[in-house]
Design a binder for this molecule. Structure first.
Ligand SMILES: [Zn+2]
Ligand SMILES: [Zn+2]
Length: 168
């Protein structure tokens, strides 16, 4: 229910912004907004294009994402070499855990960190929101690497064993 209300608030904000700037309120523009707010995921431009059920030109997609950023409804992130977008409304404080091996990004809401940031005094500056990128390795990749190392070790051991037997 809360999510549905959020969508309505967000739509209203976008409608107001478009009116104020004299831009047309097209079906395409609102379809893009709805896709972004349909999920908590991060979307690349290609992912958005694929998720849309109506045809939207690349130019419209690009232009709409620009407008949505201008009215603070969408956030843009650079994860590695790729650009991603995500909802901005009610998403002011969060961390991104980026795996440098498989390039996946997980979002993390951490209340301790939030409190810490809220108590932080920034000289001559008032923060509205933040997103912090933490780079590392995800569990899946870490397990894979451990397994690889383990297999390599077993292989080495087997080889050494063969050499020893041959030497006898
Ligand atoms: Zn990974
Ligand atoms: Zn995020």
């Amino acid at each position: 229910m809360e999510k549905e209300q959020d969508i309505e608030v967000v739509k209203k904000k976008f409608t107001d912004y478009l009116s104020q700037k004299g831009f047309r309120k097209t079906v395409e523009r609102f379809a893009i907004l709805e896709i972004i707010y349909s999920d908590t995921k991060h979307f690349s431009r290609e992912m958005l294009q694929k998720a849309l059920t109506i045809r939207v030109s690349r130019a419209t997609l690009y232009n709409t994402l620009q407008l949505l950023q201008e009215c603070n409804l969408v956030l843009k992130h650079q994860f590695g070499k790729k650009t991603f977008y995500e909802r901005a409304f009610k998403n002011d404080f969060h961390l991104h855990l980026n795996c440098t091996v498989c390039s996946t990004t997980r979002e993390l809401k951490d209340n301790d960190f939030k409190k810490c940031m809220q108590n932080k005094k920034l000289i001559n500056f008032t923060p509205f929101r933040y997103s912090l990128n933490i780079y590392g390795i995800c569990n899946k990749c870490s397990l894979k690497e451990k397994r690889k190392k383990f297999e390599k070790k077993k292989l080495e051991e087997a080889k050494n064993c063969v050499i020893k037997i041959n030497q006898k």
